[in-house]
Design a protein around this ligand. Structure first.
Ligand code: GDP
Ligand code: IMO
Ligand code: MG
Length: 420
């Protein structure tokens, strides 16, 4: 069977930490979409590590980690990550596998990402500029190069052909940056990549499942950044929702058991686009400061606001969430009063639905207020130790969503998680 851990908001919910925590109980951890736009933070031996493409199970002993076909892979970032991980004594030869159908991010994809964003001016998406959209465009446009192609003797010819195509597009954008250095790094990293375990991902994972092994699928980004169901066009370019697991790994839907949705106790977003509960005031700044809300990939300050139950309920519906993990509950320790968004008001009407083209609407978030707990919770080990005010906050969320918060994370550390 396959269980899934994915983000229910706009990314950065704390998936890395949670996957690392859950990975103990699984045999295989697999990334099914996204690429180096992801930044998943976890702590190993009290040292902070940010993973971008390698699954967050890599630090647990004797687990297999798969980069699935749904991912777009940047070999340069991968090489760097592998070096970091190997520095902890992890043997990647034994526990990292890469699906041959995984599409490659080329240096020109990164250049195209940059050029496209620049051309959008103040309408820019706020992309991480890692080449994600151009790489997925080449996948759906049936032009892309895949990891398995590396082993083909005609790879360089195919690369040059695609590069030429990209160059024409770059010329159209009048993009003139020299990418020679990126290309050198890229080809060096390809040699490294070729030495890793390149496998047929779909047979790999299905053989594991047939042998009764337990698979944990690790999502990147968040449901509200999904290419179909997110706040389009301010989204990423892959299916971040549960459906992406089937196409991104080659597993059948009936193999999926639990869908574990991760949400912060409040909400953040990095990059442009609608964010109805955003707080552009001192409360937002306080959340950013206490929560240390700066992008793990780009270092950009994250926009902060209250938890949005309208968006969360939508995410639970699309994903079929069976369990919820609420992270960063400790960040709310210092607040006297908390707000929870229960409705949107659009054109004078109250609604509990995400509208089409939310990006073009004036959406007012309507809130229910809760008293804060105003006490430190980061040392708590059991649910019974938590303040009643936090329990009421969680209980309201359970009732509203009809899905239970089963775990509360109360600090970034590996052991700071409470089973409800
Ligand atoms: P991801 O992309 O979903 O894996 O999340 P990120 O790693 O980008 O961002 C989450 C940040 O919150 C990281 O810096 C984590 O170390 C941190 N974090 C995770 N869980 C908790 C928690 O319960 N409390 C606090 N204070 N920090 C947390
Ligand atoms: P993790 O896995 C938060 C955002 C970008 C931008 C939009 C499109 O760490 O949660 P892209 O680079 O995909 O073209 O950017 O999506 N974004 C993320 N925001 N967490 C992420 O990943 C993100 N990956 C992309 O900021 O708004
Ligand atoms: Mg992140």
């Amino acid at each position: 069977m396959v269980d899934v851990i994915l983000g229910l908001q706009w990314g950065d919910e704390g998936k890395g930490k949670i996957v690392d925590y859950f990975a103990k109980d699984y045999d295989v951890v697999a990334r099914f979409q996204g690429g180096p736009n992801a930044g998943h933070t976890l702590y190993v031996e009290d040292k902070k590590v940010v993973l971008h493409q390698i699954p967050s199970g890599v630090f647990q002993k004797n687990k297999l980690n798969l980069i699935g076909n749904g991912v777009v892979l940047d070999p340069v970032t991968l090489k760097r990550e592998c070096d970091t991980v190997a520095g902890f004594g992890v043997d990647l030869k034994k526990n990292l596998f890469i699906a041959e159908r995984t599409h490659l991010i080329l240096p020109t994809h990164r250049a195209l990402d940059k050029a496209a964003e620049l051309s959008k001016g103040n309408q820019k998406i706020g992309s991480t500029l890692k080449g994600i959209a151009p790489a997925y465009m080449d996948k759906t446009g049936r032009n892309g190069l895949r990891v398995g192609d590396l082993l083909d003797k005609n790879f360089t010819t195919a690369y040059i052909k695609l590069r030429l195509k990209h160059q024409k597009l770059l010329d159209n954008y009048s993009f003139a940056e020299d990418i020679t250095a990126w290309e050198e790094e890229f080809f060096e990293a390809l040699e490294f990549l070729k030495q890793l375990n390149i496998v047929n991902g779909e047979y790999f994972i299905n053989e594991q499942l047939r042998a009764g092994k337990r698979v944990l699928a690790e999502g990147a980004q968040g449901s509200m950044l999904d290419i179909d169901f997110g706040t389009f066009p301010f989204v990423t370019s892959s299916n971040t929702v549960t459906a992406g697991v089937c196409s991104g790994l080659g597993v059948a839907p009936q193999k999926i058991r639990d869908v574990i949705g991760v949400t912060k106790a409040y909400c953040t977003r990095v990059g442009s686009g609608p964010f109805p509960t955003e707080l552009e005031n001192e409360i937002g700044e306080e959340l950013r400061k206490i929560g240390n809300e700066f992008g793990a990939t780009t270092g950009r300050p994250r926009r902060c606001g209250w938890i949005d139950l309208v968006a969360l309920q939508f995410a639970c519906m699309i994903n079929g969430v069976t369990k919820i993990v609420m992270t960063k509950a400790d960040v709310l320790d210092a607040f006297k009063e908390l707000e929870v968004c229960t409705h949107y008001k659009i054109n004078g009407k109250e609604s509990r639905e995400i509208p089409f083209r939310i990006d073009r609407m004036k959406v007012e978030a309507l809130y229910k207020s809760f008293p804060g707990w105003n006490t430190s919770t980061s040392g708590a080990k059991t649910f019974s130790e938590l303040p009643d005010t936090m329990k009421s906050y969680v209980d309201f969320i359970n009732q509203y969503l009809g899905v239970k918060v089963n775990y509360i994370s109360n600090g970034p550390g590996r052991d700071q998680i409470i089973v409800v």
